[in-house]
Design a protein around this ligand. Structure first.
Ligand code: ADP
Ligand code: MG
Length: 235
């Protein structure tokens, strides 16, 4: 059965003038509903390029991407945005919060685009802030929050539309070890709640929280292995 994420012979090149840089060179991968996958590989191997395509933030040069039954490799603009907003929550290494907005307002932002009323937006935003244990910081702005708290706000924002898949590109890359583990506990909870989770990490012990490790090298999948005894999240 094809996965909730199904990619076949995916290629991506960047063009600079006459020069073509082939970054993904034919990647095929199925990720099934409620899988918990780490994507690893050396710097420059194409992890972020692949994640951006999986998150519908960028499109492939060639190949197929079927996202929960939708052929998104053939979609553009509004149709693509609609599928993305329904299916995907994306978490970035640099949090990407808006500095002038409070935690609550940052989390509620995607709901404005979805046309949800203000009272419902705030109610829903508080619900997801509760999931990341941050209700007591809801009225603080990013510069009044620690890195770990900012990442929890960003995770809450990714959850606010109730997407089926959470994609996170080096979500603990800017955090110390203890805070990284706190963030991994939250991803564990999200996975236990039924989401499909795909995250990029450089760190072996972070990857050991997931159930499957896919390694990229030079734009191709090098290995794809189950994790024998995943580290349990402290739920
Ligand atoms: P990783 O996340 O594994 O470190 P990336 O996907 O960010 O790798 O990058 C893979 C390669 O593609 C690198 O050589 C990088 O310089 C190049 N690259 C990434 N994004 C762009 C872009 N927008 N334009 C040109 N080259 C890019
Ligand atoms: Mg990267």
């Amino acid at each position: 059965m094809p996965g909730i994420i199904h990619i076949e012979q995916l290629r991506k090149s960047y063009f600079m003038g006459q020069q073509e840089l082939q970054v993904l060179k034919g990647v095929s991968l199925d990720i099934h509903k409620n899988e918990y996958v780490s994507l690893m590989g050396p710097s420059g191997s194409g992890k972020s390029t692949l994640m951006n395509i999986l998150g519908c933030l960028d499109s492939p040069t060639a190949g197929t991407y079927i996202l929960n039954g939708h052929d998104v490799s053939k979609m553009h603009d509004n149709a693509l945005a609609e599928v993305r907003n329904k299916e995907i929550g994306f978490v970035f290494q640099q949090f990407n919060l808006l500095p002038r907005l409070t935690a609550l307002e940052n989390v509620a932002l995607p709901l404005i685009y979805a046309g949800v009323s203000k009272s419902q937006r705030n109610e829903r935003a508080m619900q997801v802030l509760e999931k990341v244990n941050l209700t007591d910081r809801s009225h603080h702005k990013p510069n009044e929050l620690s890195g770990g708290q900012c990442q929890r706000v960003a995770i809450a924002r990714a959850l606010v539309n109730d997407p089926s898949i959470i994609l996170a590109d080096e979500p603990t890359g800017n955090l110390d070890t203890k805070t990284s583990y706190e963030i991994m506990d939250i991803f564990g909870k999200i996975h236990a709640g039924g989401n499909t989770v795909v995250l990029v990490t450089h760190e072996e012990d972070i990857a050991q929280h997931s159930h499957r490790i896919v390694r990229l090298r030079d734009g191709l999948i090098e290995t794809d292995k189950r994790v024998e005894n995943p580290t349990l999240a402290k739920i």
